[in-house]
Design a protein around this ligand. Sequence first.
Ligand SMILES: [Fe+2]
Length: 238
Amino acid sequence: MGVEITESPVSDEEFEAMQEFVHDYLQASVETEEEGGRMRWYPWHSAEYRFNHIRNVVDLSVEIARKEGANVDVTRVAALFHDIAKLEAEQDEHAEVGATIAREYLTTHGDYPQSFVEQVAAAVRDHSYQGNLMDLSLETRCLIEADILDKIGANGATLLLLRMGYESRTHMDAAEMVDRVVERGVDAKERIESDAAESIAHRRLKRARWFKEWLEAEVAEMDAGGDPDVDDVDAAER
Ligand SMILES: [Fe+2]
């Protein structure tokens, strides 16, 4: 399906070393944080959650990049670095800071072509872009689509359910929370451009709807109506 085999500048060993670097970087960001800072009680502010999200985004973006004929190495390395600064920088700066870290890493480890380094850095820098995805490179698009998809799947749903506990809600809010995942899924399908991401979004949306129906069907008085009022911290999860 229009997949071009180009020589990969990043070996599996190199990619593993990058993964370790990103993992340790996130861990160190949390360790140097001041006590109780930056909503640490929310799971997505932990290094474990962030690294796991990054792994999901790497896998999803590679799947999309392969099907869409994007440069897989640019995409997967950008996906790996995209949230590296998430725990140390402010939300509106983390993409730019992440791009700087990625560029620095790639120019000091191995002998990567300058164009490769710049494409990776650009994708990391632009991954928070809120405008039309067609304004961006194909690789950046694959990254953003993967980032969106992780929020509307099992990971996104679990995170919202977990958050109910942190907010002292009861399980009776579960259908509302899952309904929020459904709404996100609908928004995601609007924004996504590639056929590959579209079909993943479609599958995920179907599952979220099914989960909501399941809750409503089996739990007395469970109902997705009302406003779960979770928009305020959505940006923090990107
Ligand atoms: Fe992300």
